[in-house]
Write a protein that binds this ligand. Structure first.
Ligand SMILES: [Zn+2]
Ligand SMILES: [Zn+2]
Length: 123
């Protein structure tokens, strides 16, 4: 089950919701796969750093670099849904520092920028 969830997730070129993934799996397995069980596995992946959650899109992407622990920054295109992933530890470190400075214990900064990707900005 986990392997097929990951395979389905990795097959998307955009962030995929648990429902998207359940649909793909239902088709390839010829039986109904519940989005709820996909959700649980996606959460495990996020905890294990195998996947990232794009909060503002309520969707997930396979982690391109599971070996390193960045606070990823996602650029979310509102037109085509494509997301670009960048890492800037200086920036996310500053966000963590600001949180700590306010007496807050940060677990995971969420930095997502919405707008238009390079292709959509052209049109
Ligand atoms: Zn990253
Ligand atoms: Zn776009």
């Amino acid at each position: 089950m986990r392997a097929s969830v990951f395979e389905a997730l990795a097959g998307f070129d955009k962030p995929a919701s648990a429902y998207d993934i359940a649909d793909v799996m239902s088709q390839s397995q010829g039986r109904r796969v519940a989005a709820n069980s996909v959700y649980r596995i996606l959460d495990l992946f996020v905890g294990a750093n195998l996947a990232r959650r794009v909060e503002s899109a309520n969707a997930y992407v396979a982690n391109a670099h599971p070996d390193c622990l960045h606070d990823c920054i996602f650029l979310v295109c509102d037109k085509c849904g494509q997301i670009t992933h960048i890492d800037d530890d200086r920036l996310t470190g500053a966000v963590r520092d600001a949180a700590i400075g306010a007496g807050f214990r940060p677990e995971r900064p969420v930095i997502e920028v919405r707008g238009r990707c390079a292709d959509c900005a052209k049109g």
